[in-house]
Design a protein around this ligand. Structure first.
Ligand code: KG4
Ligand code: ZN
Length: 347
């Protein structure tokens, strides 16, 4: 059988994405971001994101079809992110996908955003192995997943209990007066600082939270970044109260080291304890240079193969939705029908 031609739609946050794949081959990945409209607010404003999706959807769809050189009639299946994400933003993509499905009669697949961040891996480096772990780090979510079958068997091993990793970068950048979004600028400034200058707290790494391999604690694979953010705020305040110059580069480097230390060590621990021999990294924070460096080193010494899809596939996009849906189609999964709702909560 020939590989299915699948069109995927993503609208869970500030990116309007339409991607087209044929099986594991990427044909188009059109993305329009409303980030510019959120910058002056220092964070994504849901109402603005939803309106931007309405404006961007049809041009993004046209662009993807043009790039792929296919028509809607030729598509075998449609897919859309149904959650988790911002509910108003999700609803725009879901409504658009349902309209296309009704107008064309094509089967429609509701796709989980987190699993799509993993499924996109097939577009860069080919098929994913059976015992696969995933570390997802973005502005909206931070998780460790165990993937036994992309189409049907994915377990959430751990997640943040407060802020997402990218959100922590954004909040700390604001505290340091570095602007928004904070990830890229902290990544850059941290290179000039000493990551050991200040020992910031590593959230949920104490034995009372992690337990042991035999007797795991409730938060063994979970994350918390709000205490870290508070520690950075207190540190900055102390310098200011003393009338001293704030050592921005040292604070940025030390903050980044705390985030990256925790996410890499917990991801590697989860892989070891669940027999997962490959780890896939996804989400916007996957662009972080220190995260890539430390994760590569820790995976190498633990004998874990690391897969990092190229940056345009790590940030939110439509191709990841199409790629996962194609896997579902090829595994014989049934379409979702037209009645499903956008679901903003965790899976
Ligand atoms: O995946 P994404 O584009 O959107 C979602 O949040 O879902 O991720 C954006 C997040 C922002 O919080 C941004 O600060 C962070 O990813 N980010 C980074 C870097 N580039 C983007 N964080 C750390 N280092 C980076 N180089
Ligand atoms: Zn995402």
């Amino acid at each position: 059988p020939t590989a299915p031609l699948v069109l995927g739609i993503e609208s869970s946050c500030d990116e309007t994405g339409v991607g087209i794949v044929r099986g594991t081959e990427l044909l188009a990945n059109a993305v329009s971001s409303s980030m510019d409209e959120h910058v002056r607010f220092g964070g994504v404003i849901p109402e603005i994101a939803s309106r931007a999706h309405l404006d961007a959807f049809v041009p993004t769809l046209r662009s993807a079809l043009d790039t792929a050189g296919v028509t809607l009639e030729e598509v075998d299946a449609l897919a859309v992110t149904s959650g988790p994400g911002l509910s108003g933003a999700l609803m725009v993509g879901v409504a658009a996908a349902k309209a296309l499905a009704l107008a064309t009669g094509k089967p429609l697949y509701a796709i989980n955003h987190l699993v799509a961040h993993v499924g996109v891996g097939v577009l860069d480096g080919g098929d994913l192995p059976e015992s696969l772990g995933a570390l997802l780090v973005s502005g909206g979510h931070t998780e460790i997943l165990k993937v036994d079958a992309l189409a049907s068997d994915v377990t959430l091993l751990g997640a943040t209990i407060d802020d997402a990793a990218g959100e922590a970068y954004d909040k700390v950048a604001r505290l340091l007066g570095l602007g928004y979004p904070g990830g890229p600028v902290i990544d850059r400034i941290a290179k000039e600082g000493n990551p050991k200058a200040i020992r910031f707290p590593r959230g949920l790494t104490m034995p009372k939270f992690t337990g042991t391999a035999e007797n795991p604690g409730k938060h063994r694979y979970d994350f918390s970044f709000s205490g870290l953010k508070t520690a950075v705020a207190r540190c900055v305040e102390q310098y200011r109260a003393r009338g001293e110059e704030v050592p921005v580069a040292d604070i940025a480097a030390s903050f980044q080291e705390a985030v990256v230390d925790v996410v890499t060590s917990k991801a590697v621990l989860a892989c070891r304890e669940h027999g997962m021999s490959t780890l896939l990294l996804g989400g916007g924070v996957a662009a972080n240079s220190r995260l890539r460096e430390l994760l590569a080193a820790r995976c190498a010494s633990a004998g874990i193969a690391l897969r990092v899809p190229r940056p345009g596939l790590c940030t939110d996009n439509g191709a990841m939705v199409a790629a996962l849906a194609a896997q579902v189609v090829m595994a014989g999964g049934a379409p979702s029908g037209i009645g499903f709702a956008a679901d903003s909560g965790q899976p």
